[in-house]
Design a protein around this ligand. Structure first.
Ligand SMILES: Cc1cc2nc3c(=O)[nH]c(=O)nc-3n(C[C@H](O)[C@H](O)[C@H](O)COP(=O)(O)O)c2cc1C
Length: 164
């Protein structure tokens, strides 16, 4: 059965995800980053995560080499997500950032900051799966996530319906 790409996109959009901005430094040492929802926890021992990057992504080489940081966005950081999915030249212009222990940019207010060294790069169709070993991390105790679902940004109602 052949799968139509529009149907594939539509079907996958029914899977809700969080939103991250992944950052690294290019060969010249300049900061690079892009918005990524294809992020997952991979291994507990050792702690590892993965991100999936389009092979056409301009700064792919920086992530293939690493190190990199995964900045998990909070629900008031939609503008950061839009910025890092927009024109590359403007991404770090007039933007306050901090520097993680591994030298990559981080942003105040993120729900979590996960520092990685690139361990492995696996080809997956038109994307590369970049696997990182976690070298440092930090997380806020409070705050709610920015979500992406059905091709739109979404927000948790936090209405207490979640049960344990
Ligand atoms: C909500 C959202 C999620 C995204 N997730 C991914 C992703 O997981 N992997 C990826 O390669 N691009 C993803 N993108 C697209 C990149 O952020 C965007 O295309 C960016 O321009 C990358 O290409 P460039 O750095 O070469 O411009 C996402 C965009 C948005 C708005």
């Amino acid at each position: 059965m052949s799968v139509d790409s529009v149907a594939f996109r539509k079907t996958m959009s029914r899977f809700a995800s969080g939103v991250t901005v992944v950052t690294a430094r290019d060969a010249a040492g300049d900061p690079v980053g892009l918005t990524v929802s294809a992020f997952a926890s991979l291994s507990l021992d050792p702690p590892m995560v993965l991100i999936c990057l389009n092979k056409g992504c301009h700064d792919l080489a920086a992530f293939q080499t690493g190190p990199f940081v995964v900045n998990v966005l909070a629900d008031d950081q939609e503008s950061l997500s839009r910025r890092f999915a927009g024109p590359r030249e403007a991404r770090f212009v007039d933007l306050e950032s901090d520097t993680a222990e591994n030298g990559c940019p981080t942003f105040a207010g993120c729900l979590a900051v996960i520092e990685c060294r690139t361990d492995q790069v696996v080809e997956g169709g038109d994307h590369d799966i970049v696997i990182g070993t976690v070298t440092a991390l930090g997380a806020r105790e409070d705050g709610l996530p920015l979500l992406y679902f059905g091709g739109r940004y979404r927000y948790l109602a936090d209405d207490g319906r979640a049960t344990t």
